[in-house]
Design a protein around this ligand. Structure first.
Ligand SMILES: *Cc1c(COP(=O)(O)O)cnc(C)c1O
Length: 482
């Protein structure tokens, strides 16, 4: 196929992550923008400004120490103001630290901004970069999404896309959904966005996405006001849900667009094929519901499917699913229903295997937007650094209960605050993947035997297991209350 191919893709399965990205070409420029120095600069000594911390959540409100190299003497009596991107920040001198501390302003979306200072109203030479992240976890290593590559993938998909087929973009790899969708829609003409949950759909609207948006899987009746307000479509998965939805909608002037979802052999969302007609009829009978799509999802696409589809080999699971789908659609249409509903079933695997008989009116493409096309360029980059190095003696206990013991003297490196309970992620130091001796999340002990020169401060690349695909897990951070 084309550049945005599955091979070389890397992926998934992180429990919770901190994502950051430069949101658009504009914001990207902001990532590196240099602020020109003013003529009269009372404070600056070296033209560079250090920020501690250099990243924080988009909600702002956290303290950021700005160090332009002033001595306490130089700083005395000076009034310092800061801008984080376009936003002004309040700063005051911290007597204990002998530095100025500014309160980070909030920002709409994750991304990097330039921070500039002014002393007594005069610009201070130099600038620093501050990264706004989805969650304010300051200790966790920041995951950066390569928006430019995401957009290049989107363009490549569009350039090689079958004509006459609508482009559906599936975003189910976690935050930040809004800016990612916006970036994709700036690079390609996306007809539909498909997301797993309402929050994601709202995030897309908040980011300015104007394409159609549909929530896949299940939707709660109580969310109907939000669906109408944000102009979001949903999956209709059984007649009882349709009846309840109609009841809730009857109090409104709105019309809810739904996609009739059929489970053709995956055991997940949708009605069984024989229940598709009753569901279509229920939607027809509900005056506030409109049938705009009929959908299914293939479980088991393989490279054998092309030949199997040609010979209509019903022992092949994809052929079986296609036949069930086609039969259900024919039954619905024979009853005079769903004539204008668009049919959609295939995902990235259907497109990458060129399985034309499965294209229907639209494909729902997810992972293909997130593949990496070169070994040294990745959609996701997640890095931290070694905080401590030591050599454990032979026979040293590892973990509570002395779960294991070193069999020889072992050089180890410690890293911390890896916000994942996923033991499928890997760690590399100086280009070498290193085994994990102990992973307690807050502290991870890496076995550095194969990197004898490794030292404190060395960069550690955190990577995803390619075998699991190339999408990060969409599992959101757990909401907590007291
Ligand atoms: C995940 C998903 C897709 C997209 O699959 P990819 O393999 O990521 O392209 C499409 N449709 C449904 C229902 C999905 O759950």
């Amino acid at each position: 196929m084309h550049a945005a191919q599955r091979a070389g893709g890397r992926g998934p399965h992180l429990f919770r992550l901190v994502a950051l990205m430069c949101v658009s070409a504009l914001a990207l420029a902001g990532c590196t923008s240099d602020r020109q120095a003013g003529s009269q600069d009372p404070g600056s000594v070296n033209g560079s400004i250090a920020l501690v911390p250099a990243h924080g959540g988009i909600e702002g409100g956290n303290l950021v120490f700005v160090d332009a190299g002033w001595t306490a003497e130089e700083a005395k009596g000076v009034s310092v103001t800061a801008t984080f991107g376009e936003a002004a920040a309040k700063c005051s001198f911290d007597e204990k630290v002998n530095q100025f501390a500014c309160t980070a302003p909030a920002r709409m979306a994750p991304g990097k901004v330039a921070v500039a200072l002014a002393a007594d109203g005069e610009p201070v030479e130099g600038s620093a970069s501050y990264a706004y992240t989805t969650h304010g976890a300051q200790d966790a290593p920041v995951l950066t999404i390569n928006t430019a590559l995401l957009q290049r993938n989107a363009t490549a998909i569009q350039d090689d896309y079958p004509s006459g087929v609508l482009l559906g973009s599936v975003l189910k790899n976690g935050e930040p959904v809004g800016p990612m969708g916006k970036a994709i829609s700036e690079a390609a003409d996306v007809d539909y966005f498909f997301v797993p949950k309402l929050d994601d759909a709202i995030a897309l609207r908040d980011a300015g996405v104007t394409s159609k948006i549909a929530v896949m899987y299940l939707t709660k009746i109580e969310d109907i006001p939000l669906l109408l307000h944000y102009d979001i479509e949903v999956a209709a998965t059984d007649p009882a849900w349709v009846k309840e939805a109609e009841q809730a909608l009857s109090r409104t002037d709105g019309e809810l667009a739904v996609h009739l979802w059929i489970d053709t052999g995956m055991g997940r969302e949708g009605v069984l094929p024989e229940d598709a007609l009753p569901l279509a009829q229920a939607i027809e009978d509900a005056s506030h519901l409109k049938l705009v799509g009929i959908a299914t999802h293939f479980c088991c696409i393989t490279e054998n499917d092309s030949a199997a589809l040609l010979s209509n080999d019903m022992t092949n699971q994809t052929v079986l699913q296609k036949n069930r789908f086609d039969t259900a659609v024919a039954t619905i249409r024979d009853a005079g229903l769903g004539e204008n509903a668009i049919l959609h079933a295939g995902a990235s695997d259907v497109l990458s295997h060129d399985l034309e008989p499965l294209y229907y009116d639209m494909l729902r493409v997810g992972g293909m937007f997130f593949v990496s096309s070169a070994p040294d360029e990745f959609i996701y980059s997640w890095k931290t650094s070694i905080g401590q190095v030591k050599t454990l003696p032979q026979g040293w206990c590892i973990d509570y209960t002395c779960a294991s013991q070193t069999t020889a003297a072992t050089k180890v490196g410690l890293i911390s605050h890896i916000p994942s309970r996923d033991d499928t992620i890997t760690f590399s130091v100086r280009g070498t993947q290193v085994p994990v001796l102990l992973n307690h999340g807050t502290v991870v002990t890496l076995d550095l035997t194969n990197v004898p020169d490794a030292a404190v401060g060395d960069e550690v690349t955190i990577d995803f297991n390619e075998d699991l695909g190339y999408l990060l897990d969409a599992t959101p951070p757990v909401p907590v209350t007291l």
